[in-house]
Design a protein around this ligand. Structure first.
Ligand code: AKG
Ligand code: FE2
Length: 349
């Protein structure tokens, strides 16, 4: 019981910390979130499932990011269900702890209701890696399918299940860091990856040099525009009031914001202040952003028991190749409701 109380106290502190980190587009990391015995039991359960062929090669499960490329060295994933057999007690204990995390995040972040969805286990054999991606995107950036789902990813969570001594000589393995690309000049205490249901698509450099989140509102009533609605980019002022950054514009045919759509919509003095959530220009663009200090890489070591949390919309990340051993993790997403269509939509002008 003492151990349980200590764990709960640590977790409560973690979600206060998570609030600050997530709101700045940064990961929150808590070592020893899971007790060692549970890490061992869950890892053994994963090994048992893998030995029975239940882990399959896979990329990311979110179709919104299917454009990412996955190679032969891809990780293996498995959704552990009761039907597969295995350690029901360890999974039930995990489920209790994830549910407690969900409830605390909901309370501390003021988001929600949040729901635990898409729980999966992953095995990264030597050489497996995951390329740069974000876990969730604005509905409008997903094409026609974007608005069809009732919920979206809100908070990404990972619990690492590696055996002892990861990254240490003679330890269970090495490499496989979760590398998060953060904006060190993001203004503290921002609202995170969504405001009033509108998802973040970028950042705006303010006069004081700090970055404010930029959101895309696709539901501006515009009776004179085909379809009856238009979009605009906005950020928030010091009082949290929306400040529109451009004139209303139409998103492209098929609803997919195409190359430079946001940049074109912004007047020139705003376009130069704007950058997208994912650094532009591929590997070279990312290298330049890192060199200039605009972007910073934070590595999370996948040590057994460590919890990593981040805003699913705001944080580009990747997984470095595993250099030795097998990197084990269990992960998933806290979902929140996708913003509803406005009541006037589809009723004519
Ligand atoms: O395994 C990890 O550390 C990250 C996995 C990930 O980014 C994902 O599943 O979207
Ligand atoms: Fe991810």
């Amino acid at each position: 019981m003492a151990a349980l109380l200590a764990c709960c106290a640590a977790a409560a502190a973690s979600s206060r910390g998570a609030l600050g980190a997530l709101a700045r587009g940064q990961p929150h990391v808590e070592p020893r979130f899971l007790p060692a015995e549970l890490v061992r039991a869950l890892r053994a359960d994963c090994e048992w499932l893998r030995a029975r062929g239940h882990f399959r090669p896979s990329g990311l499960s979110n179709a919104a990011v299917r454009a990412n490329a996955f190679g032969d060295g891809d990780r293996l994933v498995c959704t552990p269900t009761a039907a597969l057999g295995g350690d029901a007690a360890a999974r039930a204990e995990l489920a209790r702890r994830v549910e407690a995390l969900r409830a605390r995040l909901e309370a501390e972040l003021g988001r929600g209701p949040l729901a635990v969805r898409e729980l999966y286990a992953s095995a990264h054999p030597r050489g497996a890696a995951l390329p740069l991606h974000v876990d969730e995107r604005h509905e409008e950036a997903k094409g026609a399918r974007g608005w069809r789902t009732p919920t979206r990813r809100s908070v990404s969570w990972l619990l690492y299940l590696s055996a002892d001594g990861w990254d240490r000589p003679g330890g269970a393995g090495a490499g496989g860091a979760l590398r998060a690309y953060v904006r060190p000049r993001a203004r503290p205490h921002g609202p995170g990856g969504a405001h009033a249901g509108n998802l973040q698509v970028g950042w705006r450099r303010a006069d004081d040099g700090l970055l404010d989140a930029v959101f895309l509102d696709c539901w501006l009533r515009a009776p004179d525009v085909p379809g009856g609605c238009a979009s605009a980019l906005y950020s928030l002022d010091a009082r949290g009031e929306p400040v529109r950054l451009c004139a209303p514009f139409r998103t492209a045919a098929g609803n997919a914001p195409v190359d430079r759509l946001y940049e074109r919509a912004l007047p020139p003095d705003e376009a130069v202040r704007f950058c997208r959530v994912e650094p532009a220009g591929g590997a070279a663009g990312l290298a330049a952003a890192l060199a200039s200090g605009a972007v910073e890489a934070i590595d999370v070591r996948p040590e057994g028991g460590t919890l990593a949390l981040f805003d699913s919309v705001a944080l580009p990340h990747e997984v470095q190749p595993t250099r030795a051993g097998t990197r084990w993790a269990v992960a998933g997403w806290m979902h929140e409701a996708q913003q509803p269509f406005p009541e006037w939509f589809g009723r004519g002008a």
